[in-house]
Ligand binder design. Sequence first.
Ligand code: FUL
Length: 531
Amino acid sequence: MKRQRLLTGIGIVTAFLLITLSSCKRDDGLYMPVAHTLPVDADDTADSILIKAAHVVPTPEQVAALQDEFIAFVHFGPNTFTQREWGTGREDPGVFDLQILDTDQWCRAMQAAGMKRVIFTAKHHDGFCLWQSRYTRHGVMSSPYRSGKGDVLKELSASCRKYGIKLGIYLSPADLYQMESPGGLYGNLSEYTPRQIPRPVEGRPFENKTTFRFVVDDYNEYYLNQLFELLTEYGPIHEVWLDGAHPKKKGGQKYAFRAWEKLIRTLAPDAVIFGRQDIRWCGNEAGRTRKSEWNVIPYSTDPVRIDRFEDITADSVGYREQLLQARFLHYQPAETNTSIRDGWFYRDEPSQRVRTAEEVYDIYERAVGGNSIFLLNIPPNRQGRFPERDVAVLETVGRRIRKTYGKNLLEGARGPLEVLDGDNQTWMLPKGKNRQLVITVPRPVTVNRFVIQESVATHSERIEAHALDARVNGEWKEMAAGTNVGYKRILRFPPVTSNSFRIRILRSRLVPAISEVSAHFDKPSAGIPSE
Ligand code: FUL
């Protein structure tokens, strides 16, 4: 729970009030602390549940993940060479016939696109390890790459440092090699006994001397030992991606997630965990986004205690009506994950379809501008590089994002915009029907995008419906309407020229707090809807 206290639902008499949150309190003298998870109690009413929902805020690591906005996914491994999507676990490590690798080129392309972090498949479902693990021979150590001395993750980690990109790891819980090979540890029905993590390996000491003791079975010990290597020897790790897919199952293998979590929180305090309570899957792999992507999510059991998270795939999640059924309210942003290519792994040229820059830019605006994180996969080819076609798309998309969003056309505006800069500065919109922000710029501007952000870190997400008007020929004309806002909403609409704009809040949970408003012009292009 955060110590910060905040305003809960009092009416503000003045129209636009700049406040510093530390000075906020309710007029009845009561405080309601913000939290990342809040229980719904038996005596809660519909109103008090909504007040609670309006106090559920992200952790600092979730805020950082949201602010990274556009991030990269890299699927690489034996599948790149066998041209499969799912390996079998019975591949000879020799198939990973990598001769050259250029992770600097990956990072340059990510940088050109404006991506801030990358999640790398250190181990996919086939169990092949792309780093020099002490705990298996099934990986780069048995491949031709640098005569078995290569370490793909180490090279990527060095490039990330060089280009200022944060690193995350995908360590598939499903492991077909450990399932299928003689003596494999996955589902081997071994006993749960106390084990020391990391298990010492002769001649391969760890610099980090932290040790853990967990009661786990063989596969969980293996997984924890590998997590220890990844989280201590490859620079700060910002995300641990726990994939939910299982090509096969064996022996009723369970995952000791609470032990994994303890190890991750201790060794990688900046990391968010995908697939568990920190970040959720958006529910599809096609780049589709929901009309309203709420991040305050209803749970029937305490998300801080459960270790199995069901996929949330429904069209509507976190609406008012759904919150009223909740036993717990929890902040959990979605990642919109999709691939730039048809499939997660590189297959071939030119038949493997690559998304156009138009498509990627459209998903960017819907995902980032729809309160989620955009995780785009770019699979390296068999020459260890991002393919040229994919790089061209990333460069075009990055240029367009910078061109459109790099400049706020409301600069120099009169009124509340003057007080927008700085931390903890927020517009609290007044209570009642007349909640609106009027923004006037000195000279008319032509715009077709508006960005609105709520102060989610301190005031949660509260806006449920809003509209944008522009003053044209002395009359207000509605240009766009949307539902929730949260971390960020991008409104897209046909170009309009005006020097006065108005944001109307039509429905909200408590008094909404807006931290940022900006207007932009995106050069219209066929294929991207203006909505
Ligand atoms: C899925 C996996 O099965 C795919 O291979 C891919 O890694 C995707 C991102 O997640 O669950």
